[in-house]
Structures are given as structure tokens and as C-alpha cells.
Design a protein. Structure first.
Lengths: 233, 217, 233, 217
């Protein structure tokens, strides 16, 4: 068993530098790497390009990096719910590249899987396809999209082991598995680091080969963005 | 003239037994409330769940179980969770049978614009571009006109497009309209709404053939 | 819950016809759809194009279809261990298209995921790339490969439910998940059909949306091709 | 001169701590037997397992747990199973650190031929084309000459290629050879084998610089 376990978030983030490109798992505030984000705030690295489906809210998730103006460019599919984001975007301080959600997922998966590029129908005929190669297959038009190229990927899983194996929970899975192995260094944080051998090999969502460093997060807030309930009848 | 729930109720009739359905935010979300109970339908949310159920009871919310609107949800027996790439495999691979979403504009050739107003804050397209570029069966749920009273069913879209030639049907507060090769074909009138009212509210080419029945809700 | 359960293999194979294209899960004899294959032998449909990583052995797996000369063309990555296959291939009765294993897996996944084509490095500069488009990305050469287009996909899983959800076991997983939803109709057979709700939504490998018909196989031989053991010391 | 086990033993020295390794059938499979016990290595098999262990004890074979050679195997703690697409993501995405495989021919530019002899029954390339096209670190394990005594280290391959310009190192019964831009560079001699013997057995351009040490096995 190849040991990927590091002592904690400080060791896990060794090597992060200004002007790097990072990928972050999570959808809204669900399944985001809370501990890695907190450490990035502490390290105060600047000029970052961040690939993440969303940009957090003002006081949580990637919003914390925005507050400190650490982010130079966001690559996302949806960036609502964040006043500081809006301010920086409209003032031109923050560069924003909006891309279709399925394209974002597949550009991550392509990087993970060693595919340089793929054809997708999403965005054909829209400004998303401007300047990109388009092509017809079987009478339908597609856009050529490329694999991401990132320095670090920050991943949040439910359970993991020292071999780097990961299991996700519910919809907190989202982009996390697709981003594992998509960056040069994949840092996984888990709610529970279990002894090697405890995870059923059949139930592992992401094999440890896609993970370079793993640690158990010190604390998870797991904030709910839209608490929606129904009345008991 | 229908309200939002009325539009949702009419669209619910388009949902057939055995359909996998993706519902956008806004009016589309309401459709789930009106689907017949004697048919089997599964709702997919592009953040990674199939088999969504109702909202949880208070105190039973789980931060790890949300829909694409970031709302806490529950799952029904037979549900499954999966990653984003697989979620869009369902959508792009045309395994989802019906996509219902809102729009700012629809053109008579089926173009749709629903993600960006130049000069205003742009939140992003989320999964909408994947959905409209992939789905074989797309129904748009929207008001027939915007707040200023201008038609949202146009000859050509004025806003940046979300997808081209993809909308098959539009259900508004005034009418049910099929998007055909020749333009908008009027299928049904909302209760109490005249064909003339619909004509007036439709900027694109409206095809009216024979008697247009009132919606049966 | 949308019910995909059918009474048995006969109903599951309704609609199979001569000259169709089928995809089969399995690696060697592990994880092959034994019941579907037996039924195809019984139905004696002819002129088949079969996509399968391997072609079985003389008296098991797809070898059974070869014995009856039901297969017109095989698309595989490795076809050893089968004398009848060799005879038919060398005599020209059987058309054989050999493709790289990773390309086979991804052509299935592309069909599942709605990608018409993708660029892969496998086979560049070899006869596999002859007549195909090649292209450079980041200084490396790639070959354009296309999604499969099949009529039926025959899948074998360990457990499943009436909603079509599937869980695979061990290396019997192999191509099975990638072929689900890759053909017009996906027929899944399982060792155990469990009540809906019994499978943990978190542990499902393939959601039921990719499966059109599911049944519990009447019997599984699960033959071992290379029984290899070590001595107890 | 080395036997097959000797070749495997020499190659095992190339396996470093923390490596994920894919072993082809034949001599490469033997490498696992000689890897140092004080380092951590995980073996991947392209049919969908990472963390392979030894063969099972008699009576403990599981038809659902095999390697790419279709042999029954066991798994070690920390192992995982996955589908074929993900397996080749590991390979194509260069997550596997070292690929060891056999060959019929290797050319001085790194081309490899190991899957087809025209006119003979062709079994197929299996995963070999994906492996050689993707891996950054490929070692070929083979005899220096074929049964007829002809060199297998050639100026150009005569057989249909498996991959182009991909082999980095070759370990044979006679020598360890690095494939460089200028041709085959002789690194080590097998015990008791002279440089002249290696020269004679090598059709491709052999670079011999300085003293060539004997292998340290």
C-alpha cells in the first residue's frame, strides 16, 4: 500500500504558490474542501486561477478567497449568490470565464483520463463556442473543448484511507471524483480517515492512484445554502 | 390566463409514464407538484441525484443531499447518487426523456436565450447549455411577455443564446405552442384567452390552423 | 420508481433480430451475460456484429455463438483461447476488427455519455490508425475514435433492483458499467434482484436510467478461465 | 546470460518506492516476485483492479477476481476495483508510473512491435497499445534474439507496430539498454556476457561508451 497520508492541512498544501491554477470540488457549498480553503486563506496566496462550479457565498467557500482578493480568475458554470464576486466582476478586478456545467465536469474528467480534447454539443451556436473549433458528427454540431491543466486539485470526500481511496456521500460527490487526478497534485480531505483495509474495494469511488495527499479535516461546518423543508402534516 | 402554477399544471400533462425528467429552477420546479400520481416518473438533478423526493421535514435536512438549486431534498426508494460527469452523461447521452426549463426569449426557429443580459450581472449558464444542446424533448415554461409587456416569443432572439434550434414546445400563461419548421404553431389557448390576444403577444410568426381548443387542465 | 424488471431472459431479449449489433460486458469469461448469451444461442439469430473485449472460449461465452456461426463480425481487443474463432477467422468466414482495449472501453463510454468522438493516443503510428484522423495536442499525437452504435447491450451485474440500478462485484465489473446506456436497449442480468430501496444510493455503480430491462439470471456457471493458485506453506 | 527469472530480477531493481506498476504477461509477471520487500508498490491490472496480491490458496479462487491474464488473484488491503474506462484513465492519464511488457521487436528509435505477425493467427493487442502510447516509463522485458537467433533490437521494426518512439529501456538475457535519441545505449552486461556478444546480437545501432559494468543482481 502506497501511503498518501499527511499530518494535516498544512503539510497537504505544501507547494501552493501565487499565480497557480487550482481545481475545487463541490456544488454550491456542498462537498467543498473546507479545510483546504481555510488554509489557502491563511497562506494568502494571490493571483489564483480557480476552477470550481460555483464561487461560494460571501462568507463561506471560495467567497473567503474572494474577500481577500486572492483570485485573479474564476472558471465556473454559475456564480450567483455572492455580492463580493459581483462587485469584483463588474469592476473588472476579477476575470470570469463561464462555461457549461457538463463541459466543466468533462474537462476535468478528460484531464484525469489523459484525453486532450473532446467534442460536446453544449454551447454550439452560442458565445461559448466563439473562437472554438466546431464540427458535425451524424448531422449534429459539436464544439471542441480541452482538458483542464491545473497545479492542485482540492477534493472533499466522506471517507478515505491512507492509500488515498475515497468514498463520497450523497450529492456532495458532484465534481469531486472527476477532479481527482486531473491536476498535477490532488489533495483530498475527508471527514473520516479509516484504517487501510476497512473500505470495501467494491465500494471505493476513487482509487488512491488518483490522489497524492490525504488528510482528515479538523472540522466541517457543512453549511446549507438553501434550507428548504416541508411541514409535517 | 394562467398563473405560474397553472403553467406548471399544464406542463405536467406532458410528463408521461416512465419518463426521467430534469426540472430547471422557477416554474419548472413546480411541475413536480402536478404530475399524475398513477404514473411513474423519476426526477434527475444535474448535481448528481436521480429519484428526488419532496423537501425534507424540518430537522431532517442533510447538507450532503441537495438539488441543483442548492435546496435540501430527500430521495425516494430506487434513488442513486453519482458524479457530475455521469450526471451529464445522462443528459448529453439523451437518457433523460424530458427537460423543462425557463427562458427569457424563444425564437420561432427554436433558439432559446435564458442565461445572460448584456450589461447586467451574469450568473452563468449552469447546466442549461448542456441540457438544451442534448435533450430531444425540451419544454419551455415562461410568461408570454416580459414585465414591460414585450413578447418573449420572437422572430429571432435578441439576447445571447443558450442553444440553437432546440426548443420543441413552449407553455406560457397564454398558450401552448409547438415550435415547427414553419414557426410557432398555436396548439391550445389558456382558459378565457382569445387567439387574438395570443397573436398580439407573439412577435414571431404564429401559425393558427382551424379551431384552437382551450387547455384542458 | 420506473420499473425495468422483466419476467426473464425471453422477455428481456424481445426484439433481437438477425444482423443486429450487440455489445457484451465481460473480460475473458468474468462478468459475461451468461443468460443472455444462452438465449441468443437458442434464438439462433444470425449475421451478428458483436462488440466484446474477448470472444469467449470454444464451449463458453461468445464461443457458443461462434459454434453456431451466428457472428458475422467481432470487434474485440483480444481473441485468443478459441480454436473455432481461429478457424473462422483464418478461413475468412468471420470478420474481425481488433482495437485497443482502452479505446474499446471509451468508445462504449462515449456512446453512453453522448460524445460522438474523442482523441486518444492509443494506436497512433500503427495500422489501427490507418485511415483515421490524427492530430497533435501539446506536442503529442492522437487518433480520432468514434462512439459505438449498437442495438442491444448485454450486461451482467452482481446485484440489481427493479429500478435498473446495478452493483458489480470485483473484476467482473470491467466493461459492463461503460456499456450500460451505450446501446439503444440495455439488458442487464443480475445474480440477485433485490427489493427496491435495499441498495444504498451511494453504492450504486450504474443508475437505472442507463438500463431498459433487468432480470435475475436463472443460473450462473461463472467459469474460471485460468485457475491459478499458490501452495499453502 | 540471464534466464527469464534473471531478467525479471534485474527489472525489479527499476521498481521504486511508491510506484504503481502495470505488468504484462510472460516475463513481466515474474517481476512481482523480485520486488524489494522494504518498498511499497501497487500492481494495477487493466481489467479493473489496483492492489493485486499473490495467487489465491487452492479452494479460495473467485471467478470474479482475476487479472488481465484471466488468472485468479487476490487483493491486498487498500485495493480497489473499477470499470475498464477508469482503468484506462489510470493508464492514459499517466497515473501508472511504470509499464513492463514483452516485445517481439524493439527499434533504436523506441518503436515496439509485440502484437501481430502477418500470416499468423493474430490474437489482438489487448491493452498494449494504450499502455505504450501513454506510459512515460516503459521497460521491455525480452530475449535479445529470437528462436532463430536473429536480433530483436533492430534499426527499424519489421513487424506491425504496437507503438512509436515509446520504449525507454530494454532488459534482455544479455544486457540492459537505454533507448536514446542516438540509438541503443548499452548500460550493463549480463553476468559473463561480453560487449562483443551484445554487439553481435544487436542489429540496431549500439552505443558503447567507456567501461560497461556487469549487472548487479
Amino acid at each position: 500500500m502506497i501511503n498518501k497520508k499527511v499530518a494535516g492541512v498544512t503539510e497537504a498544501l505544501q507547494g501552493v504558490k501565487d499565480n497557480m491554477t487550482f481545481m475545487f470540488g463541490g456544488f454550491g457549498l456542498s462537498g467543498i474542501p473546507e479545510n483546504a480553503i481555510a488554509e489557502l486563506v491563511k497562506l494568502n496566496v494571490k493571483g489564483l486561477t480557480c476552477v470550481s462550479n460555483n464561487a461560494g457565498v460571501d462568507d463561506f467557500g471560495l467567497g473567503l478567497l474572494l474577500q481577500q482578493k486572492q483570485i485573479k480568475k474564476m472558471i465556473s458554470s454559475y456564480v450567483g449568490e455572492n455580492d463580493e464576486f459581483e462587485r469584483q466582476m463588474l469592476s473588472g478586478e476579477l476575470e470570469v470565464e463561464l462555461i457549461p456545467q457538463g463541459t466543466l465536469a468533462e474537462r476535468a474528467r478528460a484531464a484525469q483520463a489523459g484525453f486532450p480534447a473532446f467534442y460536446t454539443p453544449a454551447g454550439y451556436g452560442t458565445e461559448v463556442a466563439e473562437g472554438k473549433e466546431t464540427r458535425e458528427f451524424n448531422g449534429k454540431m459539436y464544439v471542441l473543448e480541452h482538458a483542464f491543466d491545473a497545479d492542485f486539485g482540492f477534493i472533499k470526500a466522506w471517507k478515505g484511507d491512507a492509500a488515498g481511496n475515497l468514498i463520497f456521500k450523497g450529492t456532495a460527490r458532484n465534481f469531486n471524483p472527476n477532479m481527482c487526478g486531473a491536476a498535477k497534485i490532488t489533495v483530498a480531505e475527508v471527514e473520516e480517515l479509516v484504517p487501510v483495509g476497512e473500505l470495501d474495494p467494491n465500494e471505493i469511488h476513487i482509487p488512491g492512484i488518483f490522489v497524492q495527499r490525504i488528510f482528515q479535516g479538523a472540522h466541517y461546518e457543512k453549511r446549507i445554502e438553501q434550507r428548504t423543508v416541508r411541514q409535517r402534516s | 390566463m394562467l398563473d405560474k402554477n397553472g403553467i406548471a399544471k399544464r406542463i405536467a400533462k406532458e410528463v408521461k409514464d416512465g419518463y426521467y425528467v430534469n426540472l430547471g429552477i422557477g416554474i419548472p420546479t413546480l411541475v413536480a407538484n402536478f404530475v399524475r400520481e398513477d404514473i411513474e416518473v423519476e426526477f434527475q438533478s444535474e448535481n448528481g441525484v436521480l429519484g428526488m423526493g419532496p423537501f425534507p421535514f424540518e430537522g431532517e435536512e442533510d447538507a450532503d443531499v441537495i438539488n441543483a438549486g442548492k435546496q435540501t431534498i430527500t430521495t425516494l426508494p430506487g434513488a442513486s447518487f453519482f458524479d457530475s460527469a455521469m450526471s451529464f452523461s445522462m443528459i448529453r447521452g439523451q437518457h433523460v426523456d424530458l427537460t423543462i426549463l425557463g427562458a427569457m426569449e424563444v425564437a420561432e426557429n427554436g433558439d432559446i436565450a435564458n442565461w445572460k443580459i448584456p450589461g447586467k450581472m451574469v450568473k452563468g449558464m449552469g447546466g442549461a447549455m448542456d441540457l438544451v444542446a442534448s435533450a430531444e424533448n425540451i419544454i419551455v415554461a415562461m410568461m408570454h411577455t416580459n414585465r414591460a409587456g414585450a413578447s418573449k416569443l420572437l422572430k429571432t432572439c435578441s439576447l445571447p443564446l443558450t442553444g440553437v434550434g432546440c426548443v420543441k414546445k413552449v407553455v406560457t400563461n397564454l398558450a401552448v405552442i409547438e415550435v415547427t419548421e414553419k414557426g410557432f404553431k398555436l396548439l391550445e389557448r389558456a382558459p378565457g384567452v382569445s387567439v387574438d390576444t395570443i397573436k398580439e403577444a407573439t412577435e414571431g410568426h404564429l401559425i393558427v390552423e382551424g379551431d384552437i381548443p382551450e387547455m384542458n387542465l
